[in-house]
Design a protein around this ligand. Structure first.
Ligand code: KIV
Ligand code: ZN
Length: 502
């Protein structure tokens, strides 16, 4: 059975999803989970794009082992140098160069002719080989490129030293039959193709990214680029979990598998969804809430008699747990730490202590503590940044015949400021008070609130998305008092914006 390499680009193409930007620590959490998931390559970012991207790639390169770390670069020396520098601490490093090959991109974006692009590609691959033996070349917009030109450039970059050549469907335009023919054409026409791994990278604009990737595998592609939950630019990328489970469920048909530890799939999906704030739709294949729910009576009857009547894969194979009571008031730090590891979170000792203190407080307030409660507490710690604004105190009054009023004390540096505001509701009042004290110019794009588990003592979780000067951040807050959770989420987002400005 062939083993297909999984090139995960959740941290690069996935991060290009609108509103999905992650800070360095959040990216590191995801990267560590990707290692547990067993991906072969993690594309950690695009170092030349911003200092934040550079730092994230460097940190992931130094804190992960047993996986190849890739960094993206245009076919420019400065990009390649930055990628190489960020990758220095990696155990295994890959420089991933991309350059468009379609006439439409050549004419309107690059303003270069085909020969010039060919030369630039050869030069860039050769230049990158000075820094590492593992170089990937992506022919951006390959599926709208002239097939014979694509063959020429593929042959040339392999000769220049590219060990992987990627054939991206950048705009999600191709369809399975056509993509299969294109990959077959390359295998027939490129004389040195056996010296490289052919990779595919499909976008989901027509909902065909996974189907296209699978047809390419049948034609000989040896690497698939994908993201957890299928997040990515526009309609997203091929979803890792769907691609992997298609191979796992139909081994005879594909005669191919991956090294993915499928039991880590659900955890990875939850973590990415929590960190990016991009929810998973309930009917999403493999990881959606309803993916294994049998509703129709006749289905339930068949399922109870014999699971395989209506179930092609088992929820436990992808690590879907049953929500269970995990820890209580008397649980110790060690059990707490182990439980967090099972969710996919690895915290520093300091963050672990803070999360554990919060857990103990919660255990005093709330009788039953579920996995989801603990996850929400941990998210607060994971998404914390250096606090410019710290909440000191807050009180609210509200009622049917009373205008909602919030009084707030906020610490900025060594000074404590207070402010009382009215609002349409208690959250509005508290947000007005925070906005007044901090003088923020940000816009509140999204305010999401949900109860983590059932019961009136449930932990409430609030996530807010703020935007200022084109920068978008997400803040999280969790508390049994939903107004306090809302205040924490707003302050967390403002602290993130302040950190971004710094
Ligand atoms: O979609 C695309 O073409 C890309 C390349 C950078 C590989 O993301
Ligand atoms: Zn892409």
């Amino acid at each position: 059975m062939r083993i297909i390499k999984i090139f995960d680009t959740t941290l690069r193409d996935g991060e290009q999803s609108p509103g999905a930007s992650m800070n360095v620590d959040e990216k590191l959490q995801v990267a560590k989970q990707l290692v547990r998931l067993g991906v072969d390559i993690i594309e950690a970012g695009f170092p030349v794009a911003s200092p934040g991207d550079f730092l994230a790639v460097k940190k992931i390169a130094s804190e992960t082992r047993g996986v190849t770390i890739a960094a993206l670069a245009r076919a420019k020396e400065i990009d390649i140098e930055k990628a190489a520098e960020a990758l220095t601490p990696a155990e295994q490093k890959r420089i991933h160069i991309f350059l468009a090959t379609s006439d439409i991109h050549l004419k309107y974006k690059l303003r270069m002719d085909r020969d010039a692009v060919l030369e630039a590609a050869i030069h860039a691959v050769g230049y990158a080989r000075k820094y590492t033996d593992d170089v990937e070349f992506s022919a951006e917009d390959a599926t709208r490129s002239d097939w014979d030109y694509l063959c020429r450039i593929t042959e040339a970059v392999i000769n220049a030293g590219a060990g992987t050549v990627n054939i991206p469907d950048t705009v999600g335009y191709t369809v399975p039959q056509e993509y299969s023919e294109l990959i077959g054409y390359l295998f027939d026409k490129v004389p040195n193709i056996d010296r490289a791994v052919i990779s595919v990278h499909c976008h989901n604009d027509l909902g065909l990214a996974v189907a296209n990737s699978l047809t390419a595998v049948l034609k000989g592609a040896g690497q698939v680029e994908c993201t957890v939950n299928g997040i990515g630019e526009r309609a997203g990328n091929a979803s890792l979990e769907e691609f992997v489970m298609a191979l796992k469920t139909r081994p005879k048909f594909f005669n191919a598998d991956t090294k993915i530890v499928t039991e880590e799939i659900y955890r990875s999906s939850r973590l990415v969804s929590k960190i990016t704030g991009i929810m998973v739709q309930p009917n999403k294949a493999v990881v959606g809430e309803n993916a294994f729910a049998h509703e129709a009576g006749i289905h339930q009857y068949g399922y109870l008699k014999e699971r395989s009547t209506y179930e092609i894969m088992k929820p436990e194979t992808v690590g879907i747990p049953r929500s269970k009571l995990v820890l209580g008031k008397h649980s110790g730090r060690h059990a707490f730490k182990e439980r967090l590891k099972e969710f996919g979170y690895e915290l520093s000792d300091a963050d672990l202590n803070k999360a554990f203190d919060r857990f103990k407080q919660l255990a005093d307030q709330k009788k039953y503590i579920f996995d989801e409660d603990i996850e929400a507490l941990v998210m607060e710690e994971v998404s914390k940044v250096h606090e410019l604004y710290t909440l000191v105190d807050m009180s609210i009054s509200s009622g049917m015949k009373q205008k909602p009023t919030a009084s707030l004390k906020l610490k900025i540096g060594d000074k404590v400021f207070d402010r009382t505001e009215y609002g349409d509701g208690p959250v509005d009042a508290i947000y007005r008070a925070i906005a007044h004290i901090t003088g923020t110019g940000s816009n509140l794009l999204k305010f999401e609130v949900k109860s983590i588990t059932g019961g009136t003592d449930a932990l409430g979780e609030v996530a807010v998305t703020l935007e200022e000067d084109g920068k978008t951040v997400r803040g999280h807050g969790a508390d049994t008092d939903i107004i306090l959770a809302a205040a924490k989420a707003y302050l967390n987002a403002l602290n993130k914006l302040a950190a971004k400005k710094r």
